[in-house]
Structures are given as structure tokens and as C-alpha cells.
Design a binder for this molecule. Sequence first.
Ligand code: PAF
Length: 300
Amino acid sequence: MTATLTKTPTVVRTIAEMRDAVRAYRAKAGAAASVGFVPTMGFLHDGHASLIDRSAQDNGLTVLSIFVNPLQFGPNEDFERYPRDEARDLDVAARAGADIVFMPGVAEMYPTPAATQITVTGVTERLCGASRPGHFDGVGIVVTKLLNIVQPDRAYFGLKDAQPVAVVERMGAELNQPVEIVPCPIVRESDGLAMSSRNVYLSEDERREALVISRTLAKVPAWIGSGMNAAQLTSAVREGISASPLADIDYVETLTYPGLQPPAPEAPLSALSERIIVAAAVRFGRTRLIDNILITQPEA
Ligand code: PAF
């Protein structure tokens, strides 16, 4: 019989303890020290596990944070009902190779109402920035606070949330945050659904119908190859997703990446040298799912 050995991560809940733990690691590891950081809102799935695993491969110490950040939820969003399961998360964190799990409470992170704002313009105007006003100000402040607390060498983000990756990269570059942002590929269920903590909200019917998103996005490279421009591609994707009677489209957009601006309107996308993203947010019942495809090498 073989047993898989996993180490139990150290759980820290205060900023002071978090700083002490990283300081102690750096003092011990010396010049070879490297700290990887995976910020999350918990309810971990294999997508998060892949980020933790990647960080553990790249770094001597991997810190995972679990914090459902109230500042990035709008008044009618799912902050209260956002799924939380600490015991399960610690199990996933241990198996994926996290060394420290930082789980601060809201009062630890925001002892006073936040007076400081971080607004990244341009890359936040479209997609979730347009449909979730204030969301990226909340992401900007919490990511900056977490980076300041953990002071990692590298921070790992999944590309399902491609807009936050663009926002965090831009913010990090402009504020000279001393961290390398490492974007990592989307992890999907075996049938193609992008992994998300919100997938647990889906009913059986919604879960089945939600596959229309990934199945439609999978056709994008061929549609680009056939010479479509941005408007044609966006309407082909809208039409594909609308084939599901349960799909209520919030947005479908074709943009440059990471600038998140509309590409030249008439040009076939295959003729452009910029990277292109096709991103969708679609509601199934009360659950809003996002997914995207990033075309790094437009087909000629
Ligand atoms: O993408 C997320 O899970 C969150 O927006 C993040 C980056 C952890 C900030 O709360």
C-alpha cells in the first residue's frame, strides 16, 4: 500500500504573523530564498491547485491567501453567499504543496474603512469592469495590500480571470511593485467547463447548458482562420452561446490583450499582430460564469 505524503501548511490569520513567517523563511534560506504567492478567495478547485503546484515548483516557499474581499463585490452581488469551506480548502492547499495559508478576517484586512483607492484606467473599462462597477478598484486595493503583506518574488494568477491579470500586471508595472506576475493557463473540467468556485451554484440543467460557453469559444481559432473581423467574431460567439435557452449573456467581446481595447474594426483578426482575447460572461439562473480564449498566434 502506498500513502501520499502531504505536509500540513501553517495557517496564519494576522498580518504580523504572516510577515514574521516570510521573514523567518528568508533569514533561513538566505540568497536562495524565493517566495511564491497565490491569492484566492477560497473554495479551492483544481485551477487553484495548479497555481499552488506551479508556485511550489518555482519557489522555496509558497504562500496561499484565502480572503473573500468585500470591496470587490457590488451591493447586489454574491458576497454573503460566496462559497466558503475552510477545512476542504486546507486539504486542497496541503495536497497542492502550499507551505503557508494566510486567512485574515475582514477586520484584520480593513480595520478602518479603506480611504485609499487604486483605480487602474483603460484595461478596466470593458468586460467585467463595465458590468461590475467598482470591482477592479476592490481587486486593486486587496491585491496591493496582499503583495505588501506577503512581499513575494512571484504571484500566480489564472487566466480564466484574464482581465484581473491585465489589471494586476499594469498596476504592478506602474507602481513598481517588486513582484513578477505569472499568468497561468485556464484549467477545465473534463467536459470543457472552466473551473470556478461558482460552478457549485449551478443546477444539473444549468451545469449541462453551461458547456455552450467553452464549446463556442473552442470554435474561435477556426473562425479567425476563416477571415472574420472582430464584429463578425463577436456575433458568431454570441449566436453560438445563445443557442442554449438557459444562457443569458452579460457580455461577449473581442479585444486586444492585455490592452483590452477594440481591435481595428474592419481588419480580419488573422491579419493583426496583437494578441486577441474573446471573453464572455453568461448567466445561468443566478450564476454568472466567465470564460475566454486568448489567441496568442492569430492563424494566418
Ligand atoms: O481572482 C480572485 O480570486 C480575486 O479577485 C483575487 C485576485 C484573489 C483578489 O481578491
